[in-house]
Design a protein around this ligand. Structure first.
Ligand code: GLA
Length: 670
């Protein structure tokens, strides 16, 4: 079988299905069994070699390729494509022993001792040189094999070395700051260093935010930005080497896009990926794992240009091993989650990992082949999923359609809001955003969770939740969106500081005060257990404010308590038909649902039974509608076309069994 790939295009061999494959953990007899089971399950892509640096480069500059030649050959003979990894997430013991200066160092100046992963400082020139050498060696040896179809740079960059505080990093940070600010005067002004008399007289006096005490938040924010840029620079250096040998092969690295601010700024990394790839794991403690899948999918949809497909590089078949109590997936959840990711735009489904490890730190993590082997429900589900994905092959390359609701999410805003001392230190940025997402998700609205510098064209509603840090450009474009007829909803703790983390004066939320008409004199965060009620019956907790309605209309006022009669939610109508709503209080989920319902026009999807999520992908000729039934009861929806998993015509009523997914393919898009 030949795999084709053209300039920066994803290899066209159907939706990808497979896993991280770590054959180095097993005897060669097991490899043959692996290939038999992969073919049986329909696996067509594996990520190989992610952690095998020390097994290939056995000593400095000394390579043992035999085992890798053999497995690369075996996979080629079996028609299984390879997403070949540069193994730089796991530096070999000989390198760490010879160069302990590459260990990353935490904020307490404790080195990250060998024994885990990503044990290297992103700014270390020594590490970079060794990393690029192994990347080149791999590219030259395997990059031109037909079935090596893409590059997987390192693994989850930043997961272990996201912030390094060592002296090498400190020097790199100073260089980065000089590049950003040019002069110390500019830096002192931006950071407000006159506070505590911290004015810098020399760049050499600046050190990263080491220690545990409260540092200048502007310094901390710039260190976060620098750290993201340093890791991106590492990715780009590896990418350049790979492209110099195999310019035609797509290059990516696996993101960890989830519900909280990311360890690095992924939306700013995404343009450097030939295909954007994500690892997503639900949490046992999450009461709504299915919404978490949707949330990450809605972030991923906005991570590509023009809604191109992305790739789910890792998720789990069942339990993970790194949470306090690792929940096994419920019957049907593996397939339902997988197809939900596809509905959100992933052109495949990959897992960590192919075969459950016998030893090592992840020996109790689920896999496509569990410890119990082939005769298990889990492996049978894997095979069923493989069949589904083969039937869904025509979906490949189609794009998700324009969402009606855009929700702004920004890593920098999240870092700024959650670090340092704040009026309510128990508010999690990700949860604020996810609460809004939850409300629109319950309404079955199409949603994209997008960075603030995106083009807002095409949305009907733009939500700005807790966008603590807002630059002038974002404020201007959000206002322009409302002036052009859109509905903007701004929640509390948005637009509070500028891009340097300095408070915008004159009343909160400074960046949006003119747009909203209303403004806040003083924050009134609530104590744990305290709640509030509004005069329309809505309630909430955690956050209130002393708000002045200005020229906005009051939608709801406090009822009782010392804010009684004061505005909590306001709305200002704009001449072009748009409006700007300010939600200054921490509404609970029922109130948020009622509010969001009043903000969107009803659509046909509103008639879909509750618990059925509808996701749409399109190409030039066809529409693929995914119906994901999260409910415990069977559901019936109205649809026309051909159901792809059962290959049955649908001429009206479509039955979706409880917990299952159906995908309807229909003709030319009107
Ligand atoms: C991450 C890593 C994998 C593995 C899984 C376990 O996604 O990339 O190597 O450790 O977590 O869930």
């Amino acid at each position: 079988m030949t795999w084709s790939h053209t300039d920066n295009d994803w290899p066209t061999h159907g939706l990808s299905f497979g896993a991280d494959y770590n054959p180095e953990q097993w005897d060669k007899e097991v490899w043959k069994e692996d290939v038999r089971l992969m073919k049986q399950a329909g696996v067509n892509l594996v990520s190989l070699g992610i952690f095998s640096w020390g097994l290939v480069e056995v000593a400095d500059g000394e390579f043992d390729w035999d085992w890798m030649d053999e497995i690369v050959g075996l996979l080629a003979d079996s028609g299984i494509a390879i997403d070949l990894a540069t193994p730089t997430a796991a530096p070999p013991g000989w390198l760490l022993a010879a160069h302990p200066e590459i260990y990353p160092v935490d904020h307490d100046m404790q080195p990250h001792w060998p024994g885990a992963r990503l044990g290297w400082c992103p700014s270390s020139p020594v590490f970079r040189a060794y990393a690029l050498r192994i990347a080149r060696a791999l590219a030259e040896r395997y990059g031109h094999r037909d079935h090596v179809v893409m590059w997987h740079v390192s693994n989850e960059l930043g997961g272990g070395n996201g912030r390094c505080y060592c002296d090498t990093s400190a020097a790199a940070f100073r260089r980065w700051l000089q590049g950003e600010y040019e002069t110390l005067d500019a830096l002192n002004e931006a950071w407000g260093t006159a506070f505590w008399g911290h004015t810098y007289r020399d760049f050499a006096h600046i050190i990263p935010p080491r220690g545990n005490d409260s540092k200048n938040p502007s310094l901390v924010l710039d260190f976060d930005r620098f750290s993201s840029d340093e890791l991106l620079a590492h990715y780009l250096a590896e990418r350049e080497v790979l492209k110099s040998v195999t310019p035609e092969l797509p290059v990516t690295t696996n993101f960890m896009v989830g519900a909280e601010p990311d360890v690095v700024d992924y939306p700013r990394w995404a343009p450097h990926m030939d295909i954007v790839a994500n690892d997503h794991y639900t949490r046992s403690s999450d009461p709504l794992p299915e919404q978490d899948v949707a949330f990450s999918g809605d972030r991923m949809r906005a991570m590509t240009t023009q809604r191109r497909p992305w790739l789910l590089m890792e998720h789990s078949t069942s339990a993970v091993n790194w949470q306090p109590r690792n929940r096994a997936k419920a019957p049907g959840e593996l397939i339902r989650n997988s197809l939900s990711h596809v509905g959100h735009g992933s052109d495949g489904v990959l897992f960590f990992q192919w075969r459950a490890s016998r030893a090592g730190a992840e020996q109790f993590h689920s896999a496509m082949v569990p410890h119990a082997g082939e005769d298990t429900q889990l492996y049978r589900d894997v095979c069923t999923l493989g069949r589904h994905l083969r039937r869904l092959a025509p979906v490949m390359g189609s794009r998700t359609s324009q969402a009606r609701v855009g929700i702004l999410f920004d890593d920098e805003a999240g870092w700024a809001m959650t670090k340092g001392v704040k009026p309510n230190n128990h508010l999690a940025y990700g949860r604020l955003v996810r609460d809004w997402h939850h409300a629109f998700w319950r309404l079955n609205e199409s949603i994209e969770v997008l960075p603030p510098w995106s083009d807002f064209t095409g949305y009907e509603v733009l939500v700005v939740p807790g966008l603590f840090l807002t630059d002038d450009d974002t404020a201007t474009r959000v206002s322009a969106f409302a002036e052009a007829g859109g509905t903007v909803v701004v929640s509390f703790l948005s637009g509070i500081v500028d891009e340097h983390d300095r408070v915008r004066l004159g009343g909160y939320p400074g960046a949006f005060r003119d747009l909203l008409g209303a403004w806040c004199e003083e924050f009134r965060p609530l104590q744990e257990g305290e709640t509030f009620t509004l005069d329309n019956g809505w309630s909430g907790a955690e956050w209130t404010e002393l708000v002045r309605a200005g020229d906005a209309e009051v939608i709801a006022r406090y009822s009782g308590g010392h804010l009684s009669g004061r505005p909590a939610i306001t709305s200002r109508s704009l001449e072009g038909g748009g409006r700007a709503v300010y939600v200054s209080a921490g509404l609970d989920s029922d109130a948020l649902l009622a509010l969001t319902r009043s903000l969107v026009r009803p659509t046909g999807v509103a008639n879909v039974p509750s618990g059925v999520e509808v996701l749409v992908r399109r190409n030039d000729e066809e529409t693929f509608t995914f119906f994901v039934n999260h409910a415990g009861d069977d559901a019936v929806v109205t649809a026309r076309g051909r159901e792809m998993l059962t290959d049955e015509p649908v001429g009206g009523a479509l039955h979706i069994p409880a917990g299952e997914v159906r995908v309807v393919r229909s003709g030319a898009v009107s």
